[in-house]
Design a binder for this molecule. Structure first.
Ligand SMILES: Cc1cc2nc3c(=O)[nH]c(=O)nc-3n(C[C@H](O)[C@H](O)[C@H](O)COP(=O)(O)OP(=O)(O)OC[C@H]3O[C@@H](n4cnc5c(N)ncnc54)[C@H](O)[C@@H]3O)c2cc1C
Length: 490
């Protein structure tokens, strides 16, 4: 075998996944078609759950050092912003950071973990058998036990694995242009719903627009400067003096979701599994969170301790998230498109005003912000609200925070009473489980809970309530972190 896992694609999803696997001791190799990293950036923001996930690996500080936290974000370009600051997170903001920077920082992490990234290597096919997968790249064959396609919307891995990608073709496009502009008032003058202007850093501002006259142009048609200028004038009455674009691009609303995220030894993550209009900036964020969900499960499978069904739970947990994201982007696209269609101009404006009003209601704002931020993602069904949800990032007595306790990429068994779990009680899961302690009054959601098993991705696997300290702790550990070492002979 050339590697335990081959990751195809060194975009944000592939890099995040490679880091997760390497942290868990998996021999991983990344194959990337491009010779050098991307200069221009599609994505511009990291939402709260993504920053939490980065914090769980000790990476958030490096991202915060170069990004700009902004407390609110938009839905469908509506004026009333989603209030991320009101969410229960130590990262209640969206972090403005260009995708190229995100990729640069993730690549640095992956490099520090010793993962080989082969650039200028194009995968053209694969074949799987009972023991592994053979990948063809530039006429060479490489073999691994598992392959993950993080190779974007046109994924060759998805196609070679025969995974269907149902959905709808492109019917609408938007345009973007990155310019060095000096006019500081620009961000306030851009027309809500018509033009979004976002600072990219280094004096560059991005203009994004969906223009009635140009929105049926296919995304394969290059954008011209004159075309974008005219669209800005139509929306805002000025072209803001833009000239000498650094980058012009057209992007579409093709919306598709892979039928399965796993086919045998081949898995998909990120845009390879879901594509949609970039409304409210969720694609990259969803890809990072796919990677966080998949990494530890695939590592467990490679190391031989994965409980039955653990690897399949990747599809079960992340496919519904992909479905929800594609659905909310379709709603947002419709809200943008209708205002541009003469026949619907008035009712569409009324509909936007109505939804804008609803976003002014705290609970409604919280609901949509919870979804777009990724913080409300909950896996599985349990009468216990905390089970399946992400663990709140409370301070611990043994570590500075939950995020810090997760940095080794293991499960965390968190005791909330004085006589919590002792190291020797989890000796059979050494290397898989870290023991930690906190006070049960550290967060209202912990009332009555004596012990919590937190997964390596920060979601709650199991809790034990008052009166049964420890509950069925060995059962929970076995169900999630596999059999104790003595019983599997490692
Ligand atoms: C205009 C626009 C704005 C956006 N804004 C945001 C935003 O603000 N926030 C957000 O979260 N998302 C945003 N997105 C979406 C985001 O850019 C994508 O979701 C994200 O890039 C997906 O990451 P990925 O790693 O899954 O795929 P990609 O970034 O597409 O990376 C795939 C990688 O695989 C490589 N590859 C492909 N085929 C092969 C092959 N055969 N062999 C080897 N390597 C291969 C590619 O070269 C590439 O490096 C935006 C998208 C657009 C178009």
């Amino acid at each position: 075998m050339d590697a335990d896992v081959i990751v195809v694609g060194a975009g944000p999803t592939g890099l995040m996944l490679a880091g997760e696997l390497a942290l868990a001791g998996v021999r991983v190799r990344v194959l990337e078609r491009r010779d050098s990293p991307q200069r221009d950036s599609r994505a511009l923001t990291l939402h709260p759950r993504s920053v939490e996930v980065l914090d769980q690996r000790g990476l958030a500080g490096a991202f915060l050092a170069v990004g700009k936290p902004v407390p609110g974000w938009h839905f469908a370009g509506l004026e009333t912003r989603l209030d991320f600051a009101a969410l229960d997170s130590s990262h209640g903001y969206t972090l403005f950071l260009a995708q190229a920077q995100t990729e640069r920082l993730l690549a640095g992490w992956v490099h520090s973990l010793g993962v080989p990234v082969s650039r200028g290597t194009t995968v053209s096919g694969l074949a799987q058998d009972d023991d592994g997968v053979e990948v063809t790249a530039d006429g060479t064959r490489l073999r691994a036990r598992y392959v993950v396609g993080c190779d974007g919307g046109r994924s060759i891995v998805r196609e070679a694995a025969g995974i269907e990608f149902p959905g709808t073709a492109e019917t609408l496009t938007g345009m973007l242009g990155d310019f060095a502009v000096i006019d500081g008032t620009i961000l306030h003058r851009a027309a809500p719903g018509g033009v979004l202007a976002v600072p990219l850093g280094d004096g560059i501002t991005r203009f994004v627009t969906v223009d009635a006259q140009r929105m049926r142009e296919p995304s394969s048609t290059p954008v011209t400067l004159e075309e974008l200028r005219s669209a800005l004038v139509r929306s805002c009455g000025t072209d803001f003096g833009v000239a000498e674009p650094r980058w012009l691009s057209r992007f579409g609303n093709a919306t598709r979701l892979a039928a399965r995220y796993r086919s045998g030894r081949v898995l998909l993550a990120g845009d390879a599994a879901h594509i949609h209009f970039p409304a409210a900036g969720q694609g990259l964020n969803t890809g990072l969170q796919d990677a966080a969900n998949l990494g530890w499960k695939l590592a467990a499978q490679v190391h031989g301790w994965a409980p039955d069904g653990l690897l399949d739970s990747y599809h079960d947990e992340r496919h519904p998230v992909g479905a929800a994201v594609t659905a909310n982007t379709e709603v947002q696209t419709l809200l943008l498109e209708l205002t541009q269609v003469a026949r619907y101009e008035r009712p569409a404006a009324a509909l936007r005003a109505l939804i804008n009003d609803l976003l002014g209601i705290e609970a409604a704002n919280r609901r949509i912000a919870g979804a777009v931020s990724g913080l409300d993602t909950r896996y599985g069904v349990s009468p216990e609200p905390l089970v399946g949800a992400r663990m709140p990032d409370i301070p611990l007595t043994t570590h500075t925070s939950v995020a810090e306790s997760l940095r080794g990429g293991t499960f965390v068994l968190l005791g909330l009473t004085g006589d919590g779990p002792a190291e020797n009680e989890v000796a059979g899961w050494a290397g898989r489980v870290t023991v930690a302690m906190a006070s049960d009054d550290a967060h209202p959601a912990l009332a009555g809970i004596t012990e919590i098993l937190i997964r390596p991705d920060g979601h709650v696997a199991w809790i034990s309530r008052n009166g049964q300290p420890g509950g069925d702790r060995p059962g929970a550990l076995t169900a999630w972190a596999g059999k104790a070492a003595t019983s599997i002979g490692v």
